[in-house]
Design a protein around this ligand. Structure first.
Ligand code: AMP
Length: 295
């Protein structure tokens, strides 16, 4: 069946109210469109866990800084609807900019997440988490999902959303879904569309570098500087001109606080830890991460 298409806040509110008092459980997958198998995996998890599946498609201006790719972010609405239909989505919510950001005052309400996320995405894109937190606040207060599905590919975003939900929507369960990759390890991303052939050929090196660090960790290495060096070495060897490493960081999975690099990395049983990479490849900004686990 074709999903119901909702475009206005009023229609979304009315739809949501129609579920109140019924046994339906609403699962929600927020996206910026340009849907691919990574999004599909979130939608499939949502379909398995909820009686009503809602997907939003909205390119959130507030999370883009000036000079980033807001104006040229891929829009593939027809293909997105078809994918939603084939996955059994019940509702596609396509809010309009004027509804999401009716005044510049509202844009600042969500503020920065309370914890300073140190060197990683938080300082690389200083207004990014504020923009994400703002749109998630707006969407959740309208959609009121029982279950929310987010992707591990954006691990730092997952941590911010999980902390946000714990504080403001304690009734919403957050589910983090594993990263879906191409056959060569490249994490699927809408922004991969920007890569030319040479860039696409080098891009899987990011995951290969993360795996190398993981192998060293499993081999007993607990020195954070040595692990980030291993990632850097792998990425900076024979790199194309278009490739620029933005950061390699090691942080807590739940709080995204950077580790103190002078202290040994804790064992996975004590604290879940991620290695995160961000890189620029031509016009594309790529991120990936891997959890330091023993098996
Ligand atoms: P986006 O449309 O890029 O904002 O992503 C919407 C949701 O899909 C976010 O929760 C992302 O973390 C998730 N997502 C994006 N790419 C992947 C992937 N390769 N594997 C799993 N989840 C993903």
């Amino acid at each position: 069946m074709k999903p119901k298409l909702i475009r206005t806040i009023e229609a979304m509110r009315a739809y949501r109210e129609s579920l109140d008092g019924t046994p339906e459980t609403l699962g929600f997958v927020p996206t910026m469109g340009g849907l691919h198998r990574g999004h599909k995996s979130l939608i499939d998890s949502c379909r398995r866990g909820s009686t009503v599946v809602c997907v939003s498609i909205y390119v959130n201006s507030a999370q883009f800084a000036p000079g980033e790719d807001y104006g040229r972010y891929p829009v593939t609405l027809e293909a997105d609807f078809l994918l939603c239909e084939s996955c059994g989505v019940d509702v596609v919510f396509l809010p309009r900019e004027v509804d999401m950001y009716p005044s510049s005052l509202v844009r600042t309400v969500a503020g920065e997440p309370a914890r300073n996320p140190g060197r990683s995405e938080g300082s690389s894109r200083p207004t990014f988490f504020r923009g994400v937190a703002t749109v998630v606040c707006k969407l959740l207060s309208l959609v009121r999902p029982a279950d929310l599905y987010v992707g591990q590919k954006d691990a730092q975003q997952c941590a911010v959303i999980t902390l946000l939900c714990a504080e403001f929507w304690p009734l919403t369960r957050v589910h983090v879904v594993a990263t879906v990759r191409e056959h060569d390890g490249l994490a699927l991303s809408t922004r991969n569309l920007y890569l030319d052939e040479n860039q696409r050929a080098f891009a899987p090196r990011i995951y290969a570098a993360l795996q190398r660090a993981l192998r060293e960790f499993r081999g007993g290495e607990r020195n954070a500087s040595k692990l980030t060096r291993a990632v850097r070495d792998c990425l900076e060897k024979e790199k194309p001109q278009a490739f620029e490493l933005i950061y390699v960081s090691i942080c807590g999975k739940l709080d995204i606080l950077e580790l103190n690099y002078k202290v040994a990395i804790p064992e996975p049983s004590e604290r879940a830890v991620l290695i995160c990479v961000a890189a620029k490849m031509g016009d594309s900004r790529l991120i990936d991460n891997i959890e330091l686990v023993l098996t």
